[in-house]
Design a protein around this ligand. Structure first.
Ligand code: ADP
Ligand code: MG
Length: 616
């Protein structure tokens, strides 16, 4: 076997597979370069989900004529010189791989000016470099990437739809806006403005991304613990999001997803949030560069800390301090201990602002203090309802569902058979009274039936509701005040895909610009549904592998409203009501409540006789 040294062409394509596997990662690399170049204004455009076009323009330092070629070469970087430099990187890039990788899989052009009046361009098509030519333009750099991955059909095939790729770019742009609140960003997708920030601070950046109202639900924190500074915004105790897409962590200015920090945040919120509720946060963790390794992942999406326990302890103690309102909470809130970057220092705030460098406790001391173990993630909470019950009214049979296939048909046939066996002639049943104000007794010949009044009623209401939904003749209940739901790009896309289904079951829902949707009407049978909770649930399934079955979710809601509307155990029914209940059941003793518990129990006379040893 002969060992071949790969040509630059092949090597770059392989590297491209790691660094730039999707349009959004191209955008990420280009914007990072613009940030590293000291730009104060960055504009980004995408077309066709970034597959057709990506253009990033900045007003940064620019690339001089002599460096243009080098910029395209692999391992060519102006940000690192020696291996030691790696342990103190302060720039976002340092591997010198991005431009070479992108150029090997696209039709790329750089126009750049490092000094007034000196503007040059250099193109590179799928790894073939062109000639440097004079060009026109302002100070800074404009990188254009067209027809991405056209020469790598296999990769192209694995990309998601244009809309989905675009949503991922938008989400990433939102994170850049948050992570660099002093840079003015503009992001346009297919010619439409998606995000715009003006470089006027973090609060304004949050408003640009999430809408100004979000600030009402957040605490601004700024704490210096053990030489580690934690600042940013966190949701208050009652504020949660249905998925993790509202969590942004920037470690030394770099967006990362990190287990240790996630666990610390999750545990700090554990007693306030229920299952499938996730905290909102935009957190900046600034640590001495020597205790964090950023070079553990080709796209630098995670970092490694020298000591996870110190990081965990710092984040957990600050967040739980604020959320639990303990005696140190004030120290951690911006504007109290250390003045926040954005808010003007208030007159009453103490002047002492412990700077990052002169922290009160050394890293080594902190390690000793924080010797506790990382506790497991927990969550708790209950839902209480005291809705009045619905009267026992006539029961409508659900229509026969449309025939699907033989397997389904067989199953239905067997179910029918089973039902028949459990059907009892209603006329022959005599109501005999109740026990514990919950169980109703009926007798017929040698048979007795005990019915759980709540389970039975719940089932009847549920059937009635599903029948109406299946017939698609649900009445709509217009909302006095339309409900507006502000989403991020991927949530919007996900919901939009389900618009038709939602409309079919009676929601009047439409796009409301800027990744928002507006609900004008709800199905009348779900009239007092909690819309934010309902959509939170729809969106919580966004991240799970199994796509949401909206129909199932709606069934869940129906079961819940049925449960709320039904008579409870412990409520006394009149004899008439007890009789009405069994009549509406049409004597079907095989019914199960929507949660799967039996509605009726059959007791034979002979079983009673055995109980009393009349027979053996
Ligand atoms: P890295 O960012 O890891 O250094 P890249 O391949 O992304 O590697 O970029 C190579 C070099 O090109 C950078 O080190 C920088 O000198 C230069 N460069 C790239 N983009 C820009 C830009 N927008 N403005 C100024 N210089 C840039
Ligand atoms: Mg770079």
């Amino acid at each position: 076997m002969k060992i071949n040294i790969l040509t630059a062409d092949v090597y770059n394509q392989i590297a491209a597979g790691e660094v730039v596997d999707r349009p959004y990662s191209v955008v990420k690399e280009l914007v990072e370069n613009a940030v590293d170049a000291g730009a104060t204004e960055i504009s980004v455009e995408s077309e066709g989900g970034g597959k057709a076009l990506i253009r990033v323009r900045d007003n940064g330092s620019g690339i001089g004529r002599d460096d243009l070629k080098a910029a395209y070469l692999p391992h060519a970087t102006s940000k690192l010189r020696r291996a030691e430099d790696l342990f103190g990187v302060t720039t976002l890039g340092f591997r010198g791989e991005a431009l070479a990788s992108i150029a090997s899989v696209s039709d790329m052009n750089i126009v750049s000016s490092a000094a007034a009046g000196e503007v040059f361009s250099l193109a590179c098509q799928y790894g073939k470099m062109g000639e440097i030519a004079p060009a026109a333009g302002a100070k800074g750099t404009e990188v254009t990437v067209k027809n991405l991955f056209e020469n790598v059909p296999a990769r192209l095939k694995f990309l998601k739809s244009d809309a989905q790729e675009e949503a991922d770019i938008a989400n990433m742009m939102a994170r850049f806006i948050l992570s660099r609140p002093h840079i003015a960003f503009t992001y346009l997708a297919n010619g439409k403005i998606k995000y715009r920030s003006f470089g006027d601070g973090l609060a304004a950046a949050l408003s640009a991304v999430y809408g100004a109202a979000i600030l009402d639900d957040l605490y601004e924190i700024d704490a210096d613990k053990h030489g580690i500074r934690l600042r940013g915004y966190i949701g208050n105790r009652n504020f949660s999001k249905p998925n993790r897409s509202y969590q942004s962590l920037f470690v030394n200015g770099r967006y990362v997803v990190n287990q240790t920090v996630s666990a610390a945040v999750t545990n700090a919120y554990a007693s306030y949030l229920m299952k499938r509720q996730y905290p909102f946060y935009v957190l900046f963790l600034d640590v001495p560069p020597e205790i964090v390794d950023v070079n553990v992942h080709p796209t630098k999406a995670d970092v490694r800390f020298a000591d996870n326990q110190v990081i965990y302890g710092s984040v957990y103690s600050v967040l739980s301090g604020v959320l639990d309102g303990n005696s140190r909470a004030l120290e951690y809130l911006a504007g109290h201990g250390a003045p926040a970057e954005e808010s003007a220092p208030s007159a009453s705030a103490p002047a002492s602002a412990p700077a990052f460098a002169q922290s009160p406790m050394s890293y080594e001391e902190a390690k000793k203090e924080l010797s506790f173990d990382i506790p497991p993630v927990t969550g708790k909470g209950t839902i209480v309802s005291n809705r009045p019950r619905e009267p026992l009214t006539a029961y409508v049979h659900s229509p026969e569902p449309p025939k699907e296939d033989h397997f389904e048909e067989n199953k239905r046939f067997l179910a029918e058979q089973e039902k028949k066996q459990q059907r009892v002639e209603v006329a022959g049943l005599v109501y005999k009274g109740e026990l514990f104000r919950t169980y109703l007794f009926y007798e017929s010949g040698d048979d007795a039936y005990i019915i759980d009044q709540h389970a039975a009623h719940e089932r009847l209401i549920y059937d009635k509701l599903t029948a109406r939904m299946q017939e698609k003749n649900v009445a709509q209940q217009p909302l006095l005040v339309p409900f507006v739901l502000r989403l991020n790009a991927s949530e919007f896309l996900f919901l939009e895909k389900n618009f038709e289904i939602l409309r079919e079951i009676g929601f009047e829902i439409d796009e409301f610009g800027q990744n928002s949707v507006k609900v004008y009407a709800v199905p009348a049978i779900l009239m007092d549904i909690d819309l934010s909770a309902f959509f939170a649930e729809v969106l919580s399934s966004m991240e799970s592998l199994r796509a949401v079955r909206l129909a199932d979710l709606v069934k869940d809601k129906l079961a819940m409203s049925a449960c709320k509307a039904a008579v409870k155990g412990g409520e006394t029914l009149t004899e008439q009501e007890a009789k009405a209940l069994i009549e509406q059941m049409d004597g079907d003793m095989g019914l199960k409540c929507p949660h799967g518990r039996p509605v009726a129990v059959h007791l034979k006379k002979s079983e009673m006789e055995k109980l009393f040893k009349r027979i053996v």
